[in-house]
Write a protein that binds this ligand. Structure first.
Ligand SMILES: *Cc1c(COP(=O)(O)O)cnc(C)c1O
Length: 412
């Protein structure tokens, strides 16, 4: 009999959103007439913008004609898209990123999960607490985590984020080699400003660590002093890999497209003390295990950067922005504490009435038929909080907040 990968046995619990879905289904089965509103799962609701639909429709037609049919594309992504990315996402923000440093993929989650393959199994990992589960689970499967003891993995350094520090962690104390940073943050909605990000880059340079920077939510940034890319910090190209996604920006959660930036200046060390290019390792990894995102989808992504596309995307983002305000105002009216929601579609809310975060989840589901995400699902420091998302429709978001107001008459 073949043997299982024992690392998988270290994974904790069911995937958070499966657990939520099961609870939701169970409630629905007992209350078939209930109109549940989800402010839980981070999925979008607004349809694709017309510019994207047009570009993808055209691309489909091209694929049906002999002269314009395309088979396997370039592994790193088509040049037309990588050029648009470099121009719009980096040059315009003063970041010196080259098209050879962009790797287009079918979304950020797989890149974030796969990137750890280019690093030594001995390299230690630091994540924030609370945290997006993919950073931890991918390293557990790889065998980098150690055993789960009490509330965390023995070999992972958890950087605790407390309300008193606006949910921003201190620098690590054990000099981990791989540091995952998500800004704007999922789940807390906290964002690092330029000064804070500079500190992380400086730390990485001093310790030789690599920052894995997840900016899936950069399009939601509204304040001026918040960098959209880590490469806005000078020298970051020597120490950071950045992940981007069109999922939340352009409603691509089902379409699937994102990209990863692996700068050529980023070097990793061999056991012999020689230096190898992270860009070359990732290129090799992708061309061995991945065959690229479809031509049709890449044409759709390119259209996001057209003048029309940009305008239309902004309209969609404005809808989510409005929802964030609805939620923030509603939470304030109830008298609860909340943060996030300003540069992020996530609002991080303190749980009232002495409940824990799963109890509050059950309470909201049963009393208001509103689904949230319990903070405890993101790590021990998430206990005592829930996450609400601005991704539902304005009508349902308003309805959900009205329901919350009517069932929450205690003061947190
Ligand atoms: C949604 C999300 C992503 C993007 O995932 P895709 O695979 O591109 O859909 C990446 N990071 C975080 C923190 C997210 O919440």
């Amino acid at each position: 009999m073949a043997h299982c990968n024992e690392n998988f046995l270290n994974l904790q619990g069911a995937y958070l959103f499966e657990k939520i879905r099961k609870k939701q289904e169970l409630y629905k089965a007992g209350n078939p007439e209930a109109q549940i509103i989800s402010l839980g799962i981070g999925d979008v609701t607004q349809p694709l913008i017309p510019a994207v639909v047009e570009a993808m429709t055209k691309a489909v037609s091209e694929m049906g004609v002999k002269e314009t049919f395309r088979g396997y594309g370039p592994e790193q992504g088509y040049v037309f898209l990588r050029k648009a990315i470099v121009e719009n996402d980096f040059k315009k923000r003063g970041c010196n990123i080259d098209i050879d440093e962009i790797f287009v993929s079918d979304g950020a989650k797989c890149d974030i999960g796969n990137i750890q393959e280019i690093f030594s199994i001995k390299d230690t990992v630091a994540v924030s607490d609370p945290v997006y589960p993919v950073y931890v689970d991918s390293n557990v499967m790889a065998g980098r985590s150690g055993k789960f003891v009490n509330s965390g993995f023995s070999k992972i350094e958890y950087l605790e984020c407390f309300e008193e520090c606006d949910f921003k962690s201190l620098l690590p104390s054990h000099d981990p080699m791989l540091i995952y940073i998500c800004s704007p943050n999922n789940p807390t909605g906290a964002t690092l400003n330029k000064k804070e990000l500079k500190l992380w880059v400086k730390y990485a340079k001093q310790t030789g660590s690599v920052i894995l920077f997840d900016s899936a939510y950069e399009a939601f940034i509204t304040e001026d002093n918040i960098p959209h890319s880590i490469y806005e910090v000078e020298g970051a190209e020597e120490v950071a890999i950045e992940f981007r996604s069109y999922s939340k920006t352009a409603g691509f959660t089902g379409v699937r497209c994102g990209y990863t930036v692996v700068p050529k200046a980023l070097k990793l060390e061999t056991i012999k003390g020689e230096k190898v290019s992270a860009n070359e390792l990732w290129h090799r990894r992708q061309s061995s295990k991945y065959n690229g995102c479809s031509y049709i989808v890449q044409r759709g992504a390119e259209a996001i950067y057209s003048e029309e596309g940009k305008k239309q995307i902004q309209q969609t983002l404005d809808i989510y922005k409005k929802n964030s305000n609805t939620i923030l105002n509603g939470i304030k009216a109830i008298g609860l504490n909340a943060s996030g929601g300003v540069n992020s579609p996530y609002i991080w809310v303190s749980v009232p009435c002495g409940m824990n975060s799963w109890e509050f989840f059950d309470f909201l589901l049963e009393k208001a038929q509103v689904v949230c995400t319990p903070g405890a699902g993101f790590g021990p420091c998430g206990e005592g909080y829930i996450r609400l998302t601005a991704f539902n429709t304005p009508e349902k978001t308003e309805e959900a907040m009205n329901r919350l107001k009517s069932v929450l008459n205690c003061r947190g």
